[in-house]
Design a protein around this ligand. Structure first.
Ligand code: SF4
Length: 182
């Protein structure tokens, strides 16, 4: 008899599915996401920058360290600051994402990178940190398996991620069964 459980739900940066949502109207389609992961999991595409209404094409963003924390500002127009819009989107969206069993983010993005996004530090060498949406998601769900597409090109890391997603899904099923996480 087949497994009656639905496939695990995995969030994914929309551009990795081939959606033309990047600032320049392009995408970053990854074959293994579209073919391999899509065959195993139910994928939930999210583009935070489209979701806050920036549209396509839009001004490219970069992360900048300021006195009150990291901001997402326009590369060519530093007066463009979408930090609050991205954080409000995260705050409003994350409670609805508690069913996720994993997330595949686009590396080096000011919204989606996971510890890989350059942060401008005025007067100092730049450093790397997470994009604003990815950071908020990891704070909200610290145990969620999270990866970036560049790392998942390594078949060993990909297999490990897939297994962690199934483990997370099984754990959630057990919690639901015991009434911990209905
Ligand atoms: S990296 Fe994130 S914000 Fe940028 S285009 Fe892809 S999904 Fe949208």
């Amino acid at each position: 008899m087949g497994d009656p459980s639905p496939r695990p739900l995995v969030g994914v940066s929309s551009c990795l599915l081939g959606e033309r949502v990047r600032y320049d109207g392009g995408h970053k389609r990854e074959v293994f996401v579209v073919e391999d992961l899509a065959a195993r999991f139910e994928l939930l595409p999210i583009c935070p920058e489209m979701a806050i209404g920036m549209g396509v094409p839009r001004p490219p963003l970069q992360l900048v360290l300021e006195a009150d924390g990291i901001h997402a500002r326009g590369v060519h127009d530093p007066d463009l600051d979408v930090t609050d819009r991205l954080l409000v989107f995260a705050r409003e969206t994350l409670p609805g994402l508690s069913r996720l069993c994993g997330y595949v983010f686009k590396a080096r993005s000011p919204s989606c990178g996971v510890g890989s996004t350059p942060v401008l530090v005025p007067g100092h060498p730049s450093r790397e940190d997470s994009g604003l949406f990815a950071a908020a998601l990891q704070t909200a769900f610290p145990l969620l398996p999270v990866e970036q597409e560049d790392r998942l090109r390594d078949p060993v890391l990909r297999d490990r991620f897939v297994e962690r997603v199934y483990q997370h899904s099984r754990l959630r099923d057990q919690e639901r069964g015991s009434g911990i996480n209905p």
